[in-house]
Ligand binder design. Sequence first.
Ligand code: FAD
Length: 467
Amino acid sequence: MSANIEAAKAALSHLDLETREAGIKAASRDFFWYSPVLKDRLDHVMADFVVRPTSEAEVIEVLKVCFAHDVPVTTRGAGTGNYGQAMPLAGGCVLHLRNMDKVREITPGRVVAEPGCLLKNVDAATREHSGQELRMFSSTWETATIGGFVAGGSGGVGSVTWGSLRDLGNIIRLRVVTMEAEPRILEFRGEELARVSHAYGTNGIITEIEMPLAPAYDWVDIFVSTEDFGAAVALAEDVANEDGILVKLASVYEAPIAHEFFQRVKPFVSENSNLVGLMIAPHSMEGFLTFLARRPEVTLIYRSDDHDWPRRPGKVFEYGWNHTTLRALKVDPSITYLQVRYGFPDHVALIEKIRASFPEGEILQHLEAMRMGGKVAFGGLTLVRFTTEERLDEIVRLHEEAGAMIFNPHRYTLEEGGRQMTDATQLNFKREADPKGLLNPGKMISWDDPEFGYDAMYAYPGLKETA
Ligand code: FAD
């Protein structure tokens, strides 16, 4: 099967088509470079052209043409994913959805939006319409799309209360277009949502999304500090478990993350300060301050509604989730990270065990309190000082041996970035919806190599060589 790029471009020339090299290159990259391993493997990756449909009908047209000419199609929201998810490994077409950015309908508890709508614009529309907001969003709220979040993300700000995107009820409905000679439009709810959510666009293009909403608040951003790491972890977990206090974020940063990497926080902390970042609903502030007064070992250093900091630190969630890694990388380019799950009920003991098992400074704990199966536990976006790929693999192995689950951000496939096993639901739907295997090739190992053993990094044989 060889792609006829020129024929596809000619057939799509009446659409918003990008053929300038600089434009194509920019639309072929995401935040893969957080990983030195992916940077090494994927830096040269580039599509042959980019097309920006404005409607579902145009998406169908692009898919039809690319199917006819055997052209691979990789969908792009805003390209803020970290796993190389939106990178066209086999070249071909990048289907950029930024022009499909409308909020279509808002009702009590629900919003219907096009996939290219930025998360912040969904929130702006629902807030203005009826004082509602998304239950959860990635910390890239300013720049990322709702479609990219559903297809490539996992959870984020709000997960402390609402769990992850994969939890039942956190996505209501997805409308999906298939990659066939005659693309079909399908609507998924309930069990069917798992076919395409967090599937990296490998088996369908999401053209409409219905998400649940929660009441919107003017969240109060908080920083508290303590010299005792255990006290910081306990505070984040305990506040998340306070039944009457409404929390949207509880992030823990081991010392000296705040002092080394958070420039605007630095004047208010020492090298020994462990920091907790929180978002608390305004009507929960009195309860929160009472909760805090019972913990003399922690100090409130910032609250966004009442402070005398000469320079505002900005949104507290832009210190959390994968923004922590970004801030650290800007100061120290040798930093990379791991994505870890510390599950209930052994999460705190596991975090301590892992902390104790590495040389000082090699890893730094960054934790996000989140609800998992109804219980508060922690996701970790651990900062790692990178030395070699071998040592990075060893650090992953040591976490796994200790009992933590790793979602390896140094791999570009769904399986390796997930639970290292075939997702039969996603694979079966790909067989049905993308029979030629043209959607985001190289990202689903079980499609390419069902016998793969996971003893080494998967190397997609179709990865286009450096030009
Ligand atoms: P893209 O990167 O453009 O796409 C993501 C994946 O979805 C790709 O595989 C793409 O092919 C596919 N895709 C996009 N749109 C569609 C569609 N309509 N149909 C089918 N497939 C599609 N992630 C989190 O989950 N939580 C966080 O808190 C978080 N914080 C981050 C912080 C930083 C600083 C960075 C760089 C990344 C972070 N991420 C986080 C990862 C990423 O930003 C989020 O997953 C984000 O929501 C992706 O949105 P996007 O529009 O950039 O998607």
